[in-house]
Design a binder for this molecule. Structure first.
Ligand SMILES: [Zn+2]
Length: 80
């Protein structure tokens, strides 16, 4: 089962931050989407959905912001 790191785009500093979670998807991602950044907006697994609309602290500015919008969540395959 492929595993993915989760990045979210940060409104505070304008870059992506790695979330402290690894998710495994047993469905959904096409083979040609398995490398590089994946736009996860089409169909959100519940592991990702629960990251949305929660407070995230920006490690660069220290500010907290609400992560909202599944178009700002990116999946990157974990390298083995
Ligand atoms: Zn940030």
């Amino acid at each position: 089962m492929p595993k993915y790191k989760v990045y979210v785009f940060c409104d505070e500093c304008g870059i992506r931050h790695l979330m402290p979670v690894i998710i495994a998807l047993d469905h959904g991602l096409d083979q040609n989407e398995s490398t590089g950044d994946i736009h996860a907006g089409k169909k959100l697994p519940p592991e990702i959905a629960k990251l949305l609309n929660t407070f995230v602290r920006c490690p660069n500015t220290g500010k907290r912001y609400v992560q909202e919008g599944d178009d700002r969540v990116f999946l990157v395959p974990v390298e083995w």
